[in-house]
Design a protein around this ligand. Sequence first.
Ligand code: NAP
Length: 289
Amino acid sequence: MNISGKTRICGLIGDPVEHTMSPVMHNAAFAKLGLDYAYLPFRVRPEELPQAVKGLKALNAIGFNVTIPHKVAVIPRLDELDPLAEKIGAVNTVVNDNGALKGYNTDASGFLQALLEREVEPAGKNIVLLGAGGAARAIAYILSEQDVNLTILNRREELDWAEAIAANIRKDLGNVIEVFELLPDYLEKALEHADILANATSVGMSPDSGKSLVPAQLIRPGLVAVDIVYNPVRTKLLQDAAAAGAVIVEGLDMLVWQGALAFEKWTGEKPPFDLMKEVTLRELEKNEK
Ligand code: NAP
């Protein structure tokens, strides 16, 4: 990477940020397109968020990504909000438009794009979503915009949160959404009529890569199994699903799509998706060793 007198910055604010794949993904893409931009990770503690956002604006950054724990807290610090990000209530991408900071949620659109790219059309389908955390909320919203029949399963402690997600979507979009506790019987029942199963919990993530919330015998051929966990790339859920003859969609696809959509917003250029995926996969494999 050549840093010149004209180089503009881009980056990620979060805490922690050490494990992010985004610098590798975006710097490779900037270099490929000959763009004089540099992407850096910035560890920002919650109490320092306002100064960090002001600082990035003052430094004329082209924009930045936002990760845990700032995806909600950053919103009042922005000048404008994309309607989807506003509905979801979380931002992962900010564009600096000549001093006006506009927030987007490309986690949600990245998830949808990952499905569409695999020719999985969610509209009208029965979808079982596991989890009610930040990513699940974004996914539940964008899927509901596609007019799906959604069932959210989450473990007991967070059932209120899952109910809140569902209530918000029902109010905005009028969809029927069911919420159940993540118990074996409910899961089995929900999967009986499911077209798509999406894991949006962190279960199966390294170092607990031997775990899956879904017993292998409940997965049948014809089901589409999506795991948003990308570390490891082939989670236990996806291994079981592939062995059962299900169609699988890896979390790596969502990860690269959320990055590619952010890249497009920052640069106005078509993102070099294959390169971004290749360098991200290489980085993940390096970390797995
Ligand atoms: P989060 O807000 O912390 O939510 C985590 C979710 O997992 C919660 O619903 C949590 O339930 C559930 N969970 C954790 N352990 C569980 C267990 N043993 N049994 C059942 N449920 C369990 O995290 P997030 O930001 O939504 O991220 C979730 C996962 O998605 C992470 O692995 C993250 O790396 C991945 N992710 C991937 C992408 C991508 O682009 N591919 C994007 C965003 C996130 P409780 O609330 O009850 O604890």
